[in-house]
Design a protein around this ligand. Structure first.
Ligand code: ARG
Length: 465
């Protein structure tokens, strides 16, 4: 048995005559954060060793020993017994060193035909693939919470806004379904990213491949990758998939921030469209009357760090020459932070949604107050053969008149209406009501309650399929 005689005591220490400076050790270690990849690291190593046995580089007994040793290490890690050492730098060398300690010579053979460069790239892809699946599941739960609320609100009328000014009446479920659309695109983006994540770097070794005749298809199959990476240099240096994942995560957080912004506005004293249950609000240390939507604000705020992490990764990769550079070790913290932030935000968001109570009267009143059916009136005139531009102008004058009278359009009597639009008839009141307005938008994608009911059913169907 050959001993490691290096002055450094490191697995890579053969050519070193001096021990590593302590500052360097502290500066270069990554185990304090990449230990999180232990599961994937072990999974990758087991697959690699099985493949080495298949091609005759390891004996079946050695590969079996390695697998048992690694599974035992996994148990030790999960029960908290495993002692991580910063002297051993990263998750990979911690596990490998412990394996050799436990099983002897066979452990030293595991790294044949492999480098930490393809190993770490494999680990992080396996990890992110799992995280994509978990986050997609969390998005689905958020969608379900939204759809559950929407089901109760198909006939609830509120103003739809443009420029945050009352625009046209809509039903609340239609608004909630718009949130659902955003989240559905987020899932599509993650699935799309997942396809590019699911490519296997193993076999690239340090950068140039290896002289062993590795069966990469076999390893690939064991690990559930779609295919081995086509180019060894690219395999160890590509971090596009992290950038793509972070982009998808940033867009998701942007969506949550938009939804939360609406919740915050709607919960404000001036709107009072909703109230959020006490369990999902917090108070003020000075103003006793306050109940603040801090959860929604925090989710909105966390948008910043997730986008910041995306920028960090873009800058990390900018101008990096091929192939692996140690810079890449810096890819992990931003990604882990993004995963944690997105996960926590989705979980608390989904828990908060059922705690929202919608104030139908306030919403209805706000739609009444804002001349929201003016467009319906213009369209009524168009049906009486008035060109749209003229109709627009007539209704504009009517709105101005009604504002002067302090009345809603529906409160003007026929005489008043006819004084500006002589062609207006008694039936005009059908289109001036909020109910008439929403019901008339009955095409696919519109806000008519019947349309919204089918949109809801279709959305449910897509989530469960
Ligand atoms: N901890 C390293 C990382 O995260 C592993 C790869 C190190 N490779 C090397 N040649 N130093 O990227």
């Amino acid at each position: 048995m050959t001993k490691n005689k290096s002055a450094t005591g490191k697995l890579w220490g053969g050519r070193f005559a001096q021990a590593t400076d302590k500052l360097v050790e502290a500066f270069t270690e990554s185990v304090s954060f990449d230990a999180r990849l232990y599961r994937e690291d072990i999974m990758g190593s087991i697959a690699h060793s099985k493949m080495l046995a298949r091609i005759g580089v390891l004996s079946d007994a050695e590969s079996e020993l390695i697998e048992q040793g690694l599974l035992q290490i996994q148990q030790q890690i999960e029960s908290g017994e495993f002692e991580w050492s910063t002297e051993l730098e990263d998750v990979h060398m911690n596990i490998e060193a412990r394996l050799t300690e436990a099983i002897g010579e066979a452990g030293k053979k595991l790294h044949t035909g492999r480098s930490r460069n393809d190993q770490v790239a494999t680990d992080i892809r396996l990890y992110l693939r799992r995280m994509c699946d978990e986050i997609i599941e969390l998005i689905r739960l958020a969608q379900q919470a939204i759809l559950n609320q929407a089901e109760q609100q198909v006939d609830t009328i509120l103003p739809g806004f443009t420029h945050l000014q009352v625009a046209q009446p809509i039903v609340l479920a239609h608004h909630l379904l718009a949130w659902n659309e955003m989240l559905e695109r987020d899932i599509e983006r993650l699935l799309d990213t997942r396809a590019r994540i699911n490519v296997m770097p193993l076999g690239a070794a340090a950068l140039a491949g290896t002289s062993f005749a590795l069966d990469r298809d076999f390893t690939c199959e064991l690990l559930g990758f779609d295919r081995p990476a086509r180019n060894s240099l690219d395999a160890v240096s590509d971090r596009d998939f992290l950038i793509e994942f972070s982009t998808a995560a940033s867009i998701l957080m942007m969506h949550l921030s938009r939804v939360c912004e609406e919740l915050i506005t709607w919960a404000s004293e001036s709107y009072r469209f909703i109230s959020i249950g006490d369990a999902f609000c917090t108070g003020s240390s000075i103003m006793p009357q306050k109940k603040n939507p801090d959860i929604a604000e925090l989710i909105r705020g966390k948008n910043g760090r997730v986008s910041g992490n995306l920028q960090a990764l873009l800058m990390l990769m900018k101008a990096q020459p091929l192939a692996y550079n140690r810079d890449n070790q810096e890819d992990k913290q931003p990604v882990f932070d993004t995963v944690d932030t997105v996960t926590a935000s989705l979980q608390v968001f989904t828990a908060m949604v059922p705690a929202i109570t919608f104030n139908r009267e306030r919403m209805y009143q706000a739609a009444q107050d804002g001349y929201a059916t003016a467009t319906d009136l213009a369209e009524y005139l168009v049906r009486l053969q008035v060109p749209f531009r003229d109709a627009h102008s007539i209704v504009g004058q009517l709105v101005q008149y009604a504002i002067g009278q302090g009345k809603a359009l529906a409160d003007l009597d026929l005489e008043e209406l006819q004084s500006i639009g002589s062609m207006i008839g008694e039936d005009v009141y059908d289109v001036l009501t909020l109910e008439g307005s929403v019901e008339s938008r009955a095409h696919f994608g519109g806000t008519a309650p019947d349309q919204v009911r089918s949109a809801l059913a279709a959305a449910r169907q897509r989530i469960s399929s």
